[in-house]
Design a protein around this ligand. Structure first.
Ligand code: FES
Length: 120
């Protein structure tokens, strides 16, 4: 666990594999995140667009997080990298720990839009 972050259970691995996506909040209630199961891997991101803070929408078929505000797209398979659009950075990646069927969030790599520190 990294500075200031708590270890929070976000859900079940079996359920994520079945549904392909899982919504949660981390590191606090107002920080919307989503875990996805893609290419046999679990990844998780802040869904808040790094351009101006709109919540992105996950396109499961394309494994892309798509922003409805100015159409930025982020690749869920490739660490949330921006593929096209107005933003300048990738989606912040939620660091995970998987233990049996439990998925835990343990930190965030990258600054969530609108914050000066993710955990304040
Ligand atoms: Fe997402 Fe502008 S807020 S592209």
């Amino acid at each position: 666990v990294y500075g200031g972050y708590t270890k929070n259970r976000v859900g079940s691995l079996a359920q994520l594999k079945k549904a392909g996506e899982l919504d949660f909040s981390y590191p606090d209630e107002s920080a919307l995140c989503k875990a996805v199961y893609v290419n046999n891997e679990v990844k998780a991101y802040s869904i808040i667009c790094t351009h101006k803070g709109c919540p992105t929408i996950y396109n499961k078929q394309k494994a892309m997080f798509e922003c409805p505000c100015h159409f930025t797209k982020y690749d869920a398979k490739n660490n949330g990298q921006m593929v096209i659009g107005q933003a300048t950075g990738a989606l912040p990646r939620v660091l995970l720990e998987i233990s049996g069927d439990d998925i835990f969030a343990i930190g965030v790599d990258g600054l969530i839009f609108g914050r000066i520190n993710n955990t304040v």
